[in-house]
Design a binder for this molecule. Structure first.
Ligand code: ADP
Ligand code: MG
Length: 319
């Protein structure tokens, strides 16, 4: 449904995108994740025809965005980072205005009513946009993207600046949109795209550094788990014995105690579940295991690892 090939963008002398390529299939909800300045908005502005690229191509529904911008844009509903809202218009006035601009042909009243239902802005339809809370403004922004019922919805950091309750509401709204649309959602917050998206494309310094199904990325974070174990026994001997176990990468006393138990940080190899053998080994030695807590890496750690190793590799190439 969306195809981006080797996009490059140079602002003045500074490269912002250094060859971005990825695809989005019909019906997917894809998270476009990266830290501030990574190139998310630049990519999405090019994809939606608001910005030209230095080189490379982008198409939506098989239609090239440069060759046939009007046709391609009809397939896209876009919520840019700065929503194009008119503060002195009432919500319903604004949606009618967007309806006109987009030269929409659907039954106006019915269509706009439906959009206001879906985005839950019905109760503010006669209020000035400028007086709405940030959460409501963002929903109006999503509503304008839905006018014309485009099959592809692109949202650039839609939850920035919202409070936790508003974030949950917008997330649910995006999840619902995903049932009937192809969606790209950009964010710099891992847990956000993780909770909503089927797939996550990670961008860092203008390059794609990962493109994985969310479940695979999540599994990566569960591989090679770390544990904090509380064990009653002689600290040094316990550590030495546990280190000799199959599948243990390290076992180190943390230096902390809880009653007569010492705390150890233990890391297992990926795909090895050491919990039962660890329990048995300690029991055989007469060292009671009184606590075992998993501190497996979260997606945030994985993200940092991926982007760190990427920028380290680049630093090596430059050196
Ligand atoms: P993101 O949306 O991931 O935060 P952007 O696409 O906005 O990243 O920006 C990518 C890089 O391009 C940043 O280094 C930013 O400073 C730079 N940049 C973005 N827009 C412009 C512009 N209009 N002129 C010059 N540099 C820009
Ligand atoms: Mg941005």
């Amino acid at each position: 449904m969306i195809q981006i090939n080797n996009l490059m963008k140079i602002y003045g002398n500074t490269p912002a995108l250094e060859g971005i390529s990825f695809k989005v299939e019909k019906g997917e909800i894809v998270g476009f994740l990266g830290p501030n300045g990574a190139g998310k908005s630049t990519t999405l502005n090019i994809l939606t025809g608001y910005l030209s690229s230095t080189s490379g191509s982008a198409s939506v529904g098989g239609i090239d965005i440069y060759e046939f911008p009007d046709e391609a844009k009809k397939l896209i509903g876009y919520l840019p980072e700065q929503p194009p809202l008119y503060q002195d218009m009432k919500v319903s006035e604004y949606l009618n205005f967007v309806y006109e601009i987009k030269k929409c042909r659907l039954n106006r009243k019915k269509h706009l009513e439906e959009i206001m239902q879906v985005t839950k802005i019905h109760d503010v339809k006669n209020r000035l946009i400028g007086n709405l809370s940030k959460g409501y403004k963002q929903r109006v922004g999503i509503a304008q993207a839905l006018v014309g019922n485009p099959p592809v919805i692109i949202l650039d950091e839609p939850t920035v600046g919202l409070d936790p309750k508003q974030i949950i509401e917008i997330r649910n709204l995006i999840r619902n949109l995903g049932r009937t649309h192809t969606v790209i959602l950009s964010s710099h917050i891992l847990s956000e795209v993780q909770s909503v998206c089927d797939r996550i494309v990670i961008i860092s310094e203008g390059r794609i550094v990962a493109d994985e199904k969310t479940e695979n990325l999540t599994r990566m974070t569960e591989d090679g788990s770390d544990y904090i174990a509380k064990i009653c026994g002689p600290s040094r001997e316990v550590a030495k014995t546990v280190r000799e176990m199959n599948g243990v990468i390290f076992a180190d006393p943390t230096g902390e105690r809880e009653g007569d138990a010492y705390l150890f940080r233990i890391r297992s190899e990926s795909g090895v579940d050491i919990r039962k053998p660890l329990f048995n080994l300690l029991a055989e030695n007469g060292w009671p295991l009184v606590g075992l807590e998993s501190v497996s890496l979260n997606l945030e750690d994985v993200f940092v690892r991926i982007t760190d190793s990427d920028s380290r590799a680049r630093a090596r190439r430059k050196a």
